[in-house]
Design a binder for this molecule. Structure first.
Ligand SMILES: Nc1ncnc2c1ncn2[C@@H]1O[C@H](COP(=O)(O)OP(=O)(O)O)[C@@H](O)[C@H]1O
Ligand SMILES: Cc1ncsc1CCOP(=O)(O)O
Ligand SMILES: [Mg+2]
Length: 267
């Protein structure tokens, strides 16, 4: 994919500043709010079942992240997701820790059955579990997939009917037909909690300004990865100064830099 595509979508996010409604976990909620702002969009976190239908109506995308799930959150996710579907607002699901417990795996399956999900964004282990082809998950960490990662992502897209964005050293984005490999990023991104959640926030922000969610997801991951590359070049002293640089580099990321450095290959 030509770099002008992700660059154009980044510029659209900054111009339109879509509201991204999150129902998300209590570990990385603040990171997700700030990465959404650094991307150029506007976050809102709202999870009371009493208000989510009203809130999502003002949003450009809905991000459902199951990282610290509870029964009442599931109820809110279903209410918000159904309203988003009625209004044609894209729904992104981050299946954090799917495979680690029956409650997590079952909840993702329930969301996928009840809702029209635009993008399922998970790490390799989570996507392998949901594909049914084998994935290993410990807590929220991926232990990888059983077979070929691209085939795993394709199978997950086939069984779920969604665009699947599987993160890792190389991100893989697939729908029923196409497959994109996104080679941007830095290993330091794997040494922080929350980069997967932040990736989902960005996938949501980009989906809000796009019709083609495979293209917008690959673009979002390229932009995040490029910010990671620039943060590493800025010379962080360790994981936490890298984290600060990651936010700063994303906020300052120029569409023309992304146009030049996005590495998205279509298979
Ligand atoms: N080794 C790596 N090299 C480059 N980028 C990476 C690497 N590991 C993770 N990333 C990036 O970090 C983000 C989070 O991915 P990942 O670690 O798979 O998610 P999770 O936190 O859900 O396990 C993604 O944008 C991914 O591209
Ligand atoms: C550590 C942890 N525990 C529950 S949610 C969460 C954060 C996971 O974030 P990510 O999957 O983005 O690293
Ligand atoms: Mg994750």
């Amino acid at each position: 994919m030509d770099g002008t595509v992700p660059a154009g979508l980044l510029a659209s996010v900054r111009e339109r500043r879509p509201l991204v409604h999150h129902i998300t976990n209590s570990v990385t909620i603040n990171d997700c709010a700030n990465i959404t702002i650094c991307t150029g969009a506007a976050p809102v976190m709202a999870e009371a079942p009493e208000e989510v239908a009203e809130m999502v109506a003002a949003a450009g995308a809905l991000v459902l992240n199951i990282g610290t799930l509870s029964a009442v959150q599931v109820e809110a996710m279903l209410i918000a997701g159904r309203r988003a579907n009625e209004l044609g607002i894209p729904v992104v699901v981050d299946p954090v820790g799917a495979g680690a417990t029956t409650f997590r795996t079952g909840t993702v399956q329930r969301l996928l059955e009840a809702l029209d999900v635009a993008v399922l964004k998970g790490n390799a282990g989570e996507i392998g579990v949901l594909a049914g082809t084998g994935g290993s998950v410990r807590g929220v960490d991926s232990g990888g997939v059983a077979g070929d990662p691209v085939e795993t992502a394709r199978e997950c897209a086939r069984v779920t009917g969604t665009v699947v964005a599987m993160t890792g050293e190389v991100d893989i984005v697939v729908d029923g037909k196409r497959a994109y490999l996104v080679r941007n990023g830095d290993p330091a991104m794997d040494r922080l909690s929350g980069t997967g959640c932040m990736a989902a926030s960005m996938v949501g922000a980009f989906a809000a300004v796009a019709d083609d969610y495979a293209v917008s997801s690959a673009a979002a991951l390229a932009a995040f990865g490029r910010a990671g590359e620039r943060a590493a070049m800025a010379g962080a002293r360790g994981p936490y100064s890298f984290r600060t640089a990651l936010f700063d580099e994303l906020a300052g990321l120029e569409p023309r830099d992304l146009a030049e450095h996005a590495r998205i290959e279509e298979l």
